[in-house]
Design a binder for this molecule. Sequence first.
Ligand SMILES: Cc1cc2nc3c(=O)[nH]c(=O)nc-3n(C[C@H](O)[C@H](O)[C@H](O)COP(=O)(O)O)c2cc1C
Length: 177
Amino acid sequence: MNNKVYIISGTNRQQAVSLQVAKVYQQEFKALGVEAEIIDLRQLPADYLFSGLYENAGKSETTIDFRKKMKEASKFVFVIAEYNGSFPGVLKAFIDGLEFPDSFTNKKCALAGLSAGEQGAVLAMSHLTDILNYCGAHVLAKKPKLASIGANMKEGVITNERYMKHIKLQVRQLIEF
Ligand SMILES: Cc1cc2nc3c(=O)[nH]c(=O)nc-3n(C[C@H](O)[C@H](O)[C@H](O)COP(=O)(O)O)c2cc1C
């Protein structure tokens, strides 16, 4: 098992704010002396959905690396954007391409949701919690809802103090989880 925390930036959208939020989490872990690495779904192969799953799962260099890291890790943070009331489809495809059940059984996960609108991906986090629980992972109860992210983040910095308070608390909780 690997002691590093893996932070999954849960979309492959090029300009994703999710990746900026993932970097905020990485800094918070670093400040507490915990190594954290970002898994950026933009790095999935362009043909992942049609040529990288099922009998081809884990055959490209990137997916071999991602699958190995996900299997060896014991703790994850999933940063998930709200897309059409749920989490991005590419994240489900990423999960579908991992080794089952070893990637998640008895592992610890924390979720953070962000949205342009007012829901803060609350349903998206609920959907992902169901899936992770099904796959055998434990999900931390504290799940920050980073709603109206455009108005609460500037140049990679979360400007909303309340949001940062929740993130810092969640990071400490995941370390102790
Ligand atoms: C395909 C798609 C669907 C989206 N659906 C929603 C939605 O249902 N509710 C919402 O508040 N924002 C929605 N958004 C906006 C995202 O939440 C917003 O882009 C936010 O910055 C987080 O996503 P990002 O990491 O891709 O930047 C959507 C964006 C995309 C690309």
